[in-house]
Ligand binder design. Structure first.
Ligand code: GDP
Ligand code: MG
Length: 225
C-alpha cells in the first residue's frame, strides 16, 4: 500500500483512506473483507467468486479440487475470496477426508481476522431435508460458531423472475426458511450472468462489512470468557 509521509504527499490508492490531522498525514488501510465460498456441487461458488472480484480467477463448471485464493481492491475495500471444493449432497460423514481437510484448509488460508462464509445456493433449485443435512454438517466442520459468520448467497439471480427475494423466501419450504433463519436473516442475490452490474457486488460487500462490524460490537460488549 502506498502511503503519505509527514507533510509530504506520496500517493493515494483505492485501498488507502487519508486523513489530514494538524498538518500531519495519516494513512488508514481500507477494510479488508475476507470471504470463504462454501456450497454443494454446481451451486455457483466459482461464478460468484469471479463476479465479486470482477475477474476470471476461478474455473467455472469444473470441479474445484483445492482451495484457490485471490485478493483485489474494489470500491474502497480490499477483498479476499477463497473458492473451495464442492461437497456432494450427502451427510459430512459420507464425504471424503480429503474434501473435509481441504475445506478446513480454506479457513486457514484466509488467515487471522474477521471473515465471512458465503453459503452459496442456486435460486430456484429445491432445498429439501438432504440439502439441509449436508449444509449443516459441512458448515459445522468450520467451527461451532460458523453460523455467526455465515450469509446465504443465492446465485442465479436471473432466475428470480418478477418477484423479490423476500417474496421467494416467504413462500419457501421450511428447509430453506431454516437456512435463512440459521444465518440470522442475512442473504444476498447475485446474478452471475450480469457481471457488469457492480451495484450487486457493492451491496454484498456493504452487507459483509455490516456483519463484521456488528460482530466486533458484540465481542466488545461480551464479557471475556
Ligand atoms: N444462469 C445462471 N447460471 C449460473 C449463475 N451462476 C452460476 N451459473 C452456472 O452454474 C454452473 C455452475 O457454476 P460454478 O460456478 O462452476 O459452480 P460451483 O461448482 O459451485 O463452483 C455453471 O454452468 C455456471 O455458468 C447465474 O447467476 N445465472
Ligand atoms: Mg467451482
Amino acid at each position: 500500500m502506498e502511503c503519505w509521509n509527514q507533510n509530504e504527499r506520496v500517493a493515494n490508492s483505492a485501498a488507502c483512506v487519508i486523513h489530514m490531522v494538524n498538518n500531519s498525514v495519516r494513512c488508514k488501510e481500507s477494510e479488508h473483507l475476507k470471504i470463504i465460498l462454501l456450497g454443494g456441487r454446481w451451486a455457483g461458488k466459482s461464478s460468484c467468486g469471479n463476479t465479486i472480484l470482477h475477474k476470471d480467477v476461478f474455473s467455472i463448471g469444473a470441479q474445484t479440487e483445492v482451495c484457490v485464493m485471490e485478493t483485489k481492491s474494489f470500491a474502497g475495500f480490499q477483498v479476499t475470496v477463497v473458492d473451495t471444493p464442492s461437497w456432494n449432497w450427502v451427510s459430512a460423514e459420507d464425504s471424503s477426508e480429503e474434501l473435509k481437510q481441504e475445506l478446513k484448509r480454506g479457513l486457514e488460508m484466509i488467515g487471522e481476522g474477521a471473515h465471512v462464509f458465503l453459503m452459496v445456493y442456486p435460486l430456484g433449485a429445491p432445498f429439501i431435508e438432504r440439502h439441509k443435512i449436508a449444509v449443516q454438517e459441512h458448515l459445522e466442520l468450520m467451527g461451532a460458531d460458523v453460523w455467526e459468520h455465515t450469509m446465504v448467497l443465492f446465485s442465479r439471480g436471473d432466475w428470480l423472475g418478477k418477484g423479490t427475494i423476500e417474496q421467494r423466501i416467504e413462500g419457501a419450504n421450511k428447509e430453506l426458511k431454516w437456512l435463512v433463519e440459521r444465518c440470522k436473516n442475512r442473504y444476498h442475490v447475485l446474478n452471475n450472468k450480469s457481471r457488469g452490474d457492480e451495484f450487486q457486488v457493492i451491496e454484498l460487500l456493504q452487507k459483509i462489512k455490516q456483519m463484521i462490524s456488528q460482530k466486533r460490537k458484540w465481542s466488545k460488549t461480551e464479557p471475556p470468557e
